[in-house]
Design a protein around this ligand. Structure first.
Ligand code: ATP
Length: 175
């Protein structure tokens, strides 16, 4: 069944602004913001809590099962710190948000991240871990890297994604 609305992944290192972007985008477009962290908790898609990482150890198969019905209908905005778990056939656009070290440091510090966790995330952002993953998992033409340093960036990113959604909806049907 072809989708009437696209499925979009908004991904990136913790703190780059995924949730902020998804929230505004969902409000402006009516697409559904899938809160996967919440789903992991509510549907027990995990193998317990990791004290070391201060997060749940996600059971990816269970998470995919829990989201499958909604995603297959289309119109979902998927907010996750990685993207290699989602089947290619589900996804129409992958936005990888990027943030400069100084801004990311301040945002993670404000969350009182332990120093090791903070440094690990900063290193991961510098090494472009999520961007590389996205480029390895999806066709290059659907992977878009966007800067998320300032609120102006956020506004222009939202405008750009909204216009992409409108174009996607007007594309010729493949049925
Ligand atoms: N483009 C931006 N300009 C300025 N501040 C931003 C921007 N994007 C996000 N922020 C701020 O950075 C903080 C982290 O944002 P947010 O929670 O959206 O990140 P996230 O990528 O969803 O993090 P996580 O993966 O941990 O859920 C928030 O305080 C938010 O207001």
């Amino acid at each position: 069944m072809s989708r009437k609305n696209p499925n979009i992944i908004i991904t990136g290192t913790p703190g780059v602004g995924k949730t902020s972007h998804c929230h505004v985008l969902a409000e402006n477009t009516g697409l559904k913001h899938l809160l996967l962290n919440q789903l992991v908790k509510d549907k027990s898609c995990h193998e317990g809590w990791s004290e070391e990482f201060q997060s749940y150890i996600v059971d990816e198969d269970k998470l995919l099962d829990a989201m499958e019905n909604e995603v297959e209908q289309g119109g979902c905005i998927i907010d996750w710190h990685g993207c290699d778990l989602f089947p290619e056939r589900w996804i129409d656009l992958v936005i990888v948000l990027r943030t400069a070290t100084e801004q990311l440091y301040d945002r993670l510090k404000a969350r009182n991240y332990p120093e090791a966790k903070l440094q690990e995330n900063i290193d991961s952002e510098i090494m472009e871990v999520v961007l590389t993953e996205a480029r390895e998992c999806y066709a290059s033409e659907i992977v878009i890297e966007l800067q998320s340093n300032t609120t102006d960036d956020l506004d222009s990113n939202i405008e750009r994604i909204e216009s992409w959604i409108e174009n996607w909806k007007q594309r010729p049907s493949v049925d």
